[in-house]
Design a protein. Structure first.
Length: 184
């Protein structure tokens, strides 16, 4: 088996779902769906959308969980759960607060309609983790494990040229393991 590097496993940025920071979450859902249709045979589906600024620099990412969190009208409150527990607010009080807030919400359909107006920049996770395209698979494994992330932006010099996903790296590693172990 030929030793591969990151650029052999990455998805080029022009094949990935990308939206501008001022686009809506609805636009991001459409971009993700469109990128799924262009996937090469055998590739795992994309589970995120990359967010770019006015200069087309990747500044963030929106994954499936982020989309679901954004459906909750007061989703920022959930991100403050650690803060609430630090100041002594127990889980039972937090649950009661959320139950009370839920009584004020519209129907699920109405909540989904709001995705047209919610800007990507309001919910995205900033992304800084990256790796050079010529890096080894072992370095990629190390960075994914160290940063506990599902993907790494891939750089050529200072420009982002792709994304390395955990699913693609796992597939490659599992093939290596099967090849290494089949003869005992």
């Amino acid at each position: 088996m030929k030793n591969k590097c990151v650029k052999d496993l990455m998805i080029p940025i022009d094949e990935y779902a990308v939206v501008h920071k001022e686009d809506s979450l609805y636009d991001a859902i459409l971009a993700l769906e469109k990128s799924q249709q262009r996937l090469s045979l055998g590739r795992q589906p994309h589970r995120a959308v990359l967010v770019v600024d006015d200069n087309k620099n990747v500044i963030g990412k929106i994954g499936h969980l982020t989309f679901l969190k954004a459906l909750e009208p007061d989703y920022q409150l959930h991100d403050k759960a650690d803060l609430l527990s630090q100041i002594g607010v127990g889980a039972d009080i937090e649950t009661a607060m959320m139950d009370h807030l839920n009584l004020l919400y519209d129907s699920f359909f109405e909540i989904c309609k709001r995705m047209r107006f919610l800007k990507v920049r309001e919910v995205m996770h900033p992304v800084m983790e990256n790796i050079d395209e010529d890096s080894s698979i072992l370095e990629a494994i190390h960075k994914l494990v160290m940063w506990e992330t599902l993907s790494l932006l891939v750089k050529r010099k200072s420009k982002i040229v792709g994304i390395l996903r955990l699913s693609d790296l796992y597939t490659e590693v599992s093939d290596y393991v099967k090849d290494a172990c089949k003869d005992g």
